[in-house]
Design a protein around this ligand. Structure first.
Ligand code: ADP
Length: 484
């Protein structure tokens, strides 16, 4: 069982108090590196969520001013920096990603709080210079109200930071539901908030357990005008349908299917290094991971060779071991999906360049999936149509720029894409034609707190990060004032 000064309470948090499930029921949190149980946490549901919403509604009356909100944000950022090693350890144990990578995620999360603190004055009221209709016009940014924040397991601290920071900047109380695979990092964050900040009771609330009951209560409640969700497109659509009659505001960051396009004039070593860093972060379980690799026919073989030589020197193992470059997958379903995509591709004629044959891969033997490279991939194969969410690198060849654009856009998703070329004119043209919210040019980097990030098409609605993200939790209220 896990022990940590940040996990003194294995509980939810409602109205400023640590609470268990009404029923007393709990569920297990597992370490994916060894299949051992780390902790039991409360299995909460509808009744607890309703109480959390009521507590949050009470806190809405506090109307903290911007200076107070700025201090909260700075204090949380500082707490995460101070405790990034311990938060990283907890995150590593429940998610599996290497400890250093997990520590980096805690620092990344701190960046969202400090960036919102830095830019919070963008939410100040502003007056029009003009006097239309013979009035003075002022725009205020009012907190939208109690916000439900639902997060996935792949970035247990990063994903909540993107939502909680702008919500607190706006003065919105929140009800948070973490993924059931990774609630411990969230409990650690709540411990830091509880011990270091004096928030109004009910400002932040934590419920964990049944997704349908908690999600249902958040969707049904007229006291929750805003839901921010990161996860699958399927659940995102479900939330749209279940909140339509209330016209709730939704911020949705959903699935991706990122193309990584390497032109014949690219620096192939840099492209290979960036692909490794991008693709194998979190064992390939991020929504911005390259899912389809397009290499120009003139350089495809050379590029595959460079990727394979890098892959062969990677260490896969327990994230607590400092030699580990890549940890396990989150669970058996995740493992089996990657294996199925690999098998489907090989059955349809792809060649295995690095990794193991699917017949030699069994989730029962552990969740460590070797970094795998396949060539000769076509769009008939499932790995190009669906997000694999694992360490599989499928390489497709292309011949012309228009084909690269057509292939890149061959998806209903539009989250991240990457383009590698030295030709600026070509880069401009290709990027302008790719329908993705984030397009890396000669870099595989993902989002940063300072810039807006979000999806086009089925990848979602809204932006997180940057000043755009700061405005997600406010509503403009316009006040024209007559001179009389
Ligand atoms: P993933 O594939 O990343 O697990 P999900 O969309 O299944 O994506 O889960 C993301 C988050 O949404 C998790 O916290 C999960 O518990 C929650 N969730 C799943 N189903 C629902 C639902 N029907 N309503 C609200 N939240 C849900």
């Amino acid at each position: 069982m896990i022990e940590s000064p940040l996990l003194k309470h294995m509980s939810g948090y409602i109205g400023g108090k640590w609470v268990d499930a009404d029923s007393g029921d709990t569920f297990a949190v597992m370490n994916p590196a060894n299949g051992k149980e780390l902790a039991q946490v409360p299995r909460m549901g509808e009744a607890e969520t309703r109480r959390a919403i009521a507590a949050a509604k009470g806190a809405l009356q506090m109307r903290p001013d911007r200076e107070v909100c700025r201090e909260w944000l700075e204090d949380i950022a500082q707490a995460l920096i101070d405790e990034k090693t311990e938060v990283g350890r907890i995150l590593c144990l429940e998610h599996g990603k290497p400890w250093k990578e997990a520590e980096g995620e805690a620092a990344y999360a701190a960046g969202f709080f400090s960036n919102c603190a830095k830019n919070i004055d963008a939410l100040a009221p502003h007056k029009l210079d003009e006097r239309p209709r013979d009035c003075k016009w002022t725009t205020h940014y009012r907190p939208i109200g109690v916000s439900g924040l639902i997060t996935p397991w792949n970035f247990p601290i990063g994903m909540i930071a993107k939502k909680l920071a702008p919500a607190l900047a706006a003065g919105c109380p929140v009800v948070i539901k973490p993924a059931s695979e990774t609630p411990l990092t969230m409990i650690a964050l709540f411990t830091l908030i509880h011990e270091r900040l004096e928030l109004p009771e009910g400002m932040v609330n934590l419920v964990m357990g049944s997704a349908s009951e908690i999600g249902g209560a958040l969707c049904d409640s007229p006291d929750v005008p805003m839901l921010s969700f990161t996860g699958s497109t399927e659940v995102g659509i479900n939330l749209i349908e279940n909140t339509a009659s209330q016209v709730k505001k939704l911020a949705l960051e959903l699935g991706g299917n990122a193309p990584f396009i390497v032109f014949e004039d690219a620096d192939l070593d840099a492209a290979a290094d960036n692909l490794i860093a991008n693709k194998f972060r979190g064992s390939g379980q991020t929504c911005v991971c390259a899912n389809r690799i397009y290499a120009h026919a003139d350089v495809a073989d050379a590029f595959v060779e460079k990727v394979v030589s890098r892959v062969k020197s990677m260490n896969v193992g327990d994230g607590m071991d400092e030699k580990t470059d890549m940890g396990p997958l989150i669970n058996k379903a995740g493992f089996n999906k990657v294996r199925d995509h690999l098998k489907d591709a090989l059955d349809h004629g792809a060649q295995l360049e690095a990794g193991k044959h699917p017949d030699d891969l069994d989730a029962e033997d552990g969740l460590f999936f070797p970094p795998t490279v396949i060539s000769g991939v076509t769009h008939e194969m499932a790995c190009t149509r669906e997000e694999t969410f694992g360490p599989l690198v499928p390489v497709v060849r292309f011949d012309r720029d228009e084909q690269a654009i057509e292939f890149g856009n061959k998806t209903e998703f539009g989250l991240a894409a990457y383009v590698f070329t030295k030709n600026k004119e070509r880069a401009r043209e290709v990027i302008a034609n790719l329908r993705f919210g984030h397009v890396g040019l000669n870099t595989g980097t993902g989002p940063t707190p300072e810039a807006p990030f979000g999806g086009m098409k089925l990848s979602g609605i809204g932006r997180e990060g940057g000043t755009e993200g700061l405005f997600e939790y406010v509503e403009a209220q316009t006040v024209p004032r007559s001179k009389n």
